[in-house]
Design a protein around this ligand. Structure first.
Ligand SMILES: [Zn+2]
Length: 141
């Protein structure tokens, strides 16, 4: 029998068809994972990435760019973004990062445009995500 010191199921009512004799499903969740901050899609709150894969490209993590239509984007660079789906063909038009081709990076859950994935042959690639379209949160906040 595991001792569970806090009522961690308080915000997650047990489904009516679950036997009260079953152990709590959340009792084995890793505390480190629960405490880790996530970076979420601001539109649907799906997990997109976390602060750990923040990376610097050409010397800085965050950059401002103006696209050909005149819109300014404040991008943060991330080496990984598990919640993004990369779509479209590689493009070399309007190279914000010289030498890198780019594709669109969309929220894998709601399809919102979150930024771009940049890559070139001798580089692992990175995501440039629009910081206004993300929010930081603990997973169960
Ligand atoms: Zn989303």
């Amino acid at each position: 029998m595991r001792f569970v010191p806090v009522p961690i199921l308080a915000h997650h009512p047990r489904p009516a068809n679950t036997s009260p004799a079953e152990p709590a499903a959340t009792a084995d969740v890793d505390d480190d994972v629960r405490a880790e901050l996530s970076i979420l899609c601001a539109a649907c709150r799906a997990t997109i990435t976390s602060p750990q894969p923040r990376t610097a490209v050409n010397g800085s993590h965050d950059r401002r760019f103006v696209n050909p239509a005149g819109f300014t984007f404040h991008l943060g660079c991330f080496s990984a973004a598990i919640g993004c789906t990369i779509v479209g063909p590689d493009s070399l038009e309007y190279p914000w990062f010289p030498g890198f081709s780019w594709r669109y990076a969309m929220c894998g859950a709601c399809g919102c445009h979150l930024g771009w994935h940049f890559r070139k042959p001798d580089h692992a690639g990175f995501f440039g995500l629009i910081l206004d379209r993300l929010q930081q949160s603990a997973p169960d906040a």
